[in-house]
Ligand binder design. Structure first.
Ligand code: NDP
Length: 286
């Protein structure tokens, strides 16, 4: 499979994608707003187009990897997209992705949205765990699946063009919550002058061990039975103030933990101290 394609945007991520497609032998046309960032790809065999319109005209499959939704609008505005298969790997919100899909359809293009679950060094390598979430046109997904699978594995989430962005943001939100906990943990030790490296292997294995709560909470949420298989109930976790007191003793701000503790206590106060965390999901929904 060496189908030709066009790539708009050769920033850090676009360049990694381009290298993967070129290495696999795909004829590639690239364009970047700042031309010198695309030029090195010419040495690898890419055609560097002078304008975005020329780049789009070169291939049926047009992949876009720009900074944000506004840069996609700015770049594609006024360009003929009739008959194109537009694959947008730019990070956006679900609503932006749905609006962009409708916008593409009005211009005669089929639209597939993508959320890249990888950093550039993971692109194109074997077994890096990199994948891209896709949603939108199943026809585009089926027609170009082999080409799309070159830089990273393909995970297709169905016809709703907003779902790739929704899942992407959900995964990143889970990650930032984890980062918040890790940050607080290191702050507690640093206050005692303990090297972070002493905690690192323990924290790694502890967080890994706790990932069993991910499918367990999903089962509680989807079954509606929030007390199913409860091991550590909220009353036990929330009523003891050891977390905040330890932060105070160590002179560490509890600001990263406090919002989660507040929700746990709210749920207990609402009479659900026998649950684990599933009910907090309902407290968050506006
Ligand atoms: P970079 O900042 O390296 O590149 C941004 C790209 O967008 C450049 O090609 C830049 O062109 C272009 N651009 C910005 N504004 C405009 C505009 N108004 N008109 C036209 N082009 C514009 O970012 P990345 O390549 O890393 O990221 C690209 C996308 O990939 C983003 O949506 C990002 O969220 C996503 N992504 C990135 C990851 C990463 O780890 N890097 C991970 C997962 C997703 P110019 O060179 O002219 O400035």
């Amino acid at each position: 499979n060496d189908a030709p394609l066009t790539l708009l945007g050769t920033g850090a991520m676009g360049t990694a994608l381009a290298h993967a497609w070129l290495k696999a032998g795909h004829p590639l046309t690239v364009w970047n707003r700042t031309a010198h960032r695309a030029r090195p790809l010419a040495e690898r065999g890419a055609v560097v187009a002078a304008t975005a319109a020329h780049a789009v005209a070169a291939s049926q499959l047009v992949v876009v990897c720009l900074f944000d939704d506004a840069s996609v609008e700015e770049t594609l505005d006024g360009i003929d997209l009739t008959g194109k298969d537009l694959v947008n790997l730019t990070t956006t919100t679900p609503a932006q992705a749905r609006a962009r899909a409708a916008w593409a359809r009005e211009r005669g293009a089929r639209y597939l949205d993508g959320g890249i679950m990888a950093v550039p060094p993971m692109i194109g390598g074997a077994d890096t765990g990199a994948y891209v979430l896709y949603s939108g046109s199943s026809a585009v997904h089926e027609a170009h699946r082999d080409t799309l699978a070159v830089p990273a594995a393909v995970t297709y989430l169905g016809e709703d063009p907003g779902h790739a962005a929704l899942f992407d943001v959900a995964l990143l939100s889970g990650m930032y919550g984890m980062f918040a906990g890790i940050t607080h943990a290191y702050a507690l030790l640093r206050a005692d002058g303990v090297p972070a490296g002493e905690l690192a292997p323990l924290l790694t294995s502890w967080l890994n061990a706790m990932t069993h709560t991910v499918p367990k909470m999903a089962d509680q949420l989807d079954s509606g039975d929030y007390t199913k298989d409860v091991v550590s109930n909220l009353a036990m976790q929330a009523d003891n103030d050891f977390l905040v007191r330890t932060a105070e003793e160590q002179k560490v701000s509890p600001e990263l933990l406090a919002p989660y503790l507040r929700l746990m206590r709210q749920r207990v106060a609402d009479g659900h101290g026998d649950e684990e965390g599933a009910g907090l999901v309902d407290l968050l929904r506006r």
